[in-house]
Design a protein around this ligand. Structure first.
Ligand SMILES: C[S@@+](CC[C@H](N)C(=O)[O-])C[C@H]1O[C@@H](n2cnc3c(N)ncnc32)[C@H](O)[C@@H]1O
Length: 430
């Protein structure tokens, strides 16, 4: 890792902060009276960040501990990028999983389909778009143990060169804002944006800057959730509104990838749920009809907000019954009901239901939770709610069974970046 201080360090810290803010998408622009131009704004901002980094002669700057720019007359943009990548490559630590961590978001991207075909113009041809997506696919398939070799970095560079051409088209007006909003084009821009964020994140990781505090910014990069057609901008706004957590797009992706069995019971239970409704709903909606969210109290006004979010995300009509404190809607011809139980979690145990999904997080005493030990002491009572012949899937940030394997049949562990760097457990209660 490169040690920097003084002016250089201040510069890197402030660019890094801008990169972090852009990952959270605080720079979304909504022109007066018109639709927001996401993901274009995000892409353009991340490109500014990328540009402000690659135009610097890093080896010389580090030597003198001050910023030294490349001479733009002498060194072309592509050459500046090549030098920037060489600097990163030569300073990559020799760890097997190092590069893999920085391209982690590629694992969650859909990189195939008709939408990947670019609109040809004077500068960019269809074959350039194809080789961009081929290179990206190659990178993703070879992430495991990817070494910082010249050949591997050449692939990384080719992807960047293509993105530079796209950026030039946008800046020179070949692509209009209207075109950028077109669905396929917007999906592609989303991919370019994520790729740039990975590259910038990689650069910051090899520089020891104050603001970085050991976190890898790539782990916070959001991506669209393909199954529900939720765009990155919606995910970012849900995180911003605290309706979902930063790690949730990855939890949803991971759960989809291990595909939940079809013989689970029809009820979900989430003790101490608070207003953490959207993620368990999205994960379980195909399998579960009755959702029980428990919390000592529920404010009606907030349920109204949740109702409108569910409607917007799933693009369906949603009903809120103030009296019964339920939200309901029809999904794929089946009525789904969300019960908001303002009660002690334990009263759920009195219900005669067929438990099929147990979702649990953020419930320790330190967080203002119940500390009722649902994953250990109360687990045997919970298991009695699973009907014979049925199974119950779980997702918890506490280890069900406290590590006793007989309590669960399959267990996946996944450590996901969150405000607490939580480890999540996925599997079936036996
Ligand atoms: C830190 S919040 C977590 C909310 C949610 N699980 C999340 O991760 O966003 C903990 C919640 O547990 C609720 N709680 C604490 N003791 C409880 C109990 N005995 N029964 C039901 N809810 C309880 C609190 O009201 C609070 O809303």
């Amino acid at each position: 890792m490169i040690d920097v201080n003084g002016k250089l360090s201040n510069f890197i810290d402030s660019v890094y902060q801008t990169h972090l803010d852009n990952i959270k998408s605080i720079y979304s622009v909504r022109p007066k009276g018109r639709k927001p131009i996401m993901p274009l704004t995000n892409f353009v901002f991340e490109f500014f960040i990328f540009n402000s980094l690659y135009q610097i002669d890093w080896p010389s700057s580090c030597k003198i501990n001050s910023i030294k720019y490349h001479d733009r007359e002498d060194i072309s943009e592509f050459n500046q990028i090549a030098k920037f990548l060489r600097f990163i490559r030569q300073n990559c630590p020799n760890e097997n999983s190092f590069l893999k961590d920085f391209f982690e978001p590629l694992n969650y991207l859909n990189l195939e389909g008709r939408w990947t075909k670019i609109i040809e113009d004077d500068r960019i041809k269809i074959k350039h778009g194809e080789s961009f997506f081929n290179n990206l696919n190659w990178l993703r398939s070879n992430l495991e143990g990817l070494q910082p070799t010249k050949t591997n970095f050449r692939k990384i560079e080719l992807c960047l060169q293509f993105i530079v051409d796209v950026r030039n088209n946008i800046f020179h007006g070949t692509k209009t804002q209207e075109e950028a909003r077109e669905k396929s084009q917007a999906k592609r821009i989303e991919i370019y944006d994520i790729y740039l964020k990975c590259i910038n994140s990689l650069f910051f990781s090899i520089i020891d800057c104050q603001a970085r505090r050991n976190t890898i910014s790539t782990q916070k990069i959001q991506f669209p959730i393909d199954t529900y057609n939720i765009e990155t901008k919606t995910i970012l706004s849900l995180i911003h509104m605290r309706k979902i957590k930063i790690e949730d797009s990855r939890i949803i992706y991971f759960t989809n990838s291990i595909s939940i069995k079809s013989n689970i019971g029809d009820t979900l239970f989430y003790p101490s749920a608070g207003y953490d409704i959207i993620t368990p709903l999205l994960i379980a909606i195909e399998h579960i009809n009755n959702f029980y969210f428990y919390n000592v109290s529920y404010e009606f006004r907030k349920l109204d907000i949740i109702k409108s979010y569910i409607g917007k995300i799933l693009k369906i009509d949603v009903e809120l019954d103030k009296h019964k404190r339920t939200i309901s809607f029809i999904f794929k011809k089946i009525r789904k009901i969300l019960y908001f139980c303002a009660d002690d979690n334990k009263s759920f145990l009195e219900k005669d239901i067929s438990l099929g999904f147990y979702f649990h997080r953020g419930d320790s005493s330190g967080e203002g939770g119940s500390n009722q030990k649902w994953d250990s002491e109360l687990l045997s009572q919970l298991k009695k709610k699973v009907k014979i012949g049925k199974e119950c899937f779980f997702i918890s940030d506490g280890e069900p069974g406290g590590g006793m394997s007989e309590e669960i049949s399959i267990k996946h562990e996944k450590k996901l970046y969150s405000d607490r760097n939580r480890k999540y457990y996925f599997g079936y209660l036996k």
